[in-house]
Design a protein around this ligand. Structure first.
Ligand code: ZN
Length: 361
């Protein structure tokens, strides 16, 4: 199993310098406000930072347009408290989803709402169309662009004109990020992304990418591009199903009932692969994400029965349908980009870890 970090960054910070301590406290404030609006006093209490420092920081952050202040609460005696929130319009992140035949582009605000979304077929005009779309989505004004997240298996595609900084994110990591952002605690979940291809991720304190899950042996025959035989990818990927059924798109596969029998057939190798992967990773539950996750309840009931039958009797594993469905990729890519370029979630987690170790010494 391969553990792949989201991005390798040299933050180059000297943590002993007070301005960096301040920079870190600002990040802590942003992360706290991401969970919902909050008063200065409450921020001070939750973060263990004194009220004066919080007040100074908030004042600067309001001036910089990072946070906004709500109405004063005059109902209380003494100094009136106001609620501070993230300024949704403080900036934007782009997400690009490059597929075999099309590319989609979306732009999201600082709390991860997808503001605009466009899709283009891959042809001679693709680059020109995307450049124009980027300009439209920058929205002309002096809106800050924090960066871009790219999901692709097409490494030949020219991304040189995408807004920088740029991070490439595995599809399953993006989709799982969207689900975890909505559902919060999903520790132990195995995410299977089912679109053109398969991809997978496991939540174990942080998201681990499991690209090998697509190549678990799930049926007897069928040569795979990886050199293996009977891989899940060959047995049941969206691409395989389109070839097998002649369906014009994945959307058709999911929505047109005439493909229901082929989908049902594909659930057997998926159950095989999932039962193996659940045992190997000790996953607590499973969630199907991606375009093909938007299947009817009956398909999920069938898959659940197969998985339960294949697992040992004491392993109660539930198979869930993603909440975001086909929107999950762009939602999650935006969240991952915000984590990395705006909230610096990974950096904060590492610093907290260092602090825990230091406190223990
Ligand atoms: Zn393979």
């Amino acid at each position: 199993m391969e553990k792949q970090p989201l991005g390798v960054y040299n933050y180059g910070m000297d943590f002993s310098r007070p301005d960096n301590a301040r920079a870190i406290n600002r990040l802590k404030v942003l992360s706290e406000l991401r969970t919902g609006e909050c008063s200065r006093a409450e921020l001070s209490r939750r973060l263990g930072i004194n009220k004066v420092s919080i007040g100074d920081m908030i004042q600067d952050m309001i001036a910089e347009g990072l946070v906004t202040e709500g109405k004063k609460d005059t109902s209380q005696a003494g100094r009136p408290g106001t609620l501070i929130s993230i300024n949704k319009s403080a900036g934007r992140v782009f997400a690009f989803d490059i597929r075999t035949r099309s590319i989609s582009i979306s732009v999201s605000d600082t709390v991860g709402n997808v503001l605009r979304f466009e899709r283009f077929p891959k042809n001679d005009e693709t680059a020109a169309n995307i450049k124009k779309a980027i300009e439209r989505m920058r929205s002309g004004e002096n809106v800050k662009i924090f960066g871009s997240a790219v999901i692709t298996t097409d490494t030949d595609f020219d991304t040189s004109y995408f807004p920088r900084p740029l991070i490439t994110i595995p599809r399953a990591i993006a989709e799982a990020s969207a689900e975890i952002y909505k559902t919060k605690n999903m520790e132990g979940f195995l995410f299977l992304s089912w679109s053109e291809s398969f991809d997978a991720a496991l939540q174990r304190e942080e998201l681990m990418h499991i690209p090998t899950l697509a190549h678990i042996k799930a049926q007897k025959d069928g040569a795979c591009y990886c050199g293996g035989k009977g891989c899940l990818e060959v047995a049941a990927s969206g691409r395989t199903l389109m070839e097998r059924t002649g369906a014009p798109s994945i959307r058709d596969l999911v929505r047109n009932p005439s493909y229901a029998a082929s989908i049902k057939e594909a659930l057997r190798p998926i159950a095989m692969a999932l039962s193996e992967a659940v045992q190997a990773t000790a996953a607590s539950d499973v969630m199907i994400t991606g375009d093909l996750s938007a299947l009817p309840d009956s398909a999920y009931a069938y898959l659940q029965n197969l998985v339960t039958a294949l697992l040992p009797p004491d392993r109660g594993v539930t198979v869930y349908r993603s909440l975001s469905g086909e929107n999950g990729t762009r939602e999650g890519a935006a969240i991952a980009a915000l984590d990395l370029f705006f909230y610096r979630t990974q950096l904060l987690k590492k610093l907290e870890m260092i602090q825990r170790i230091e406190n223990a010494l």
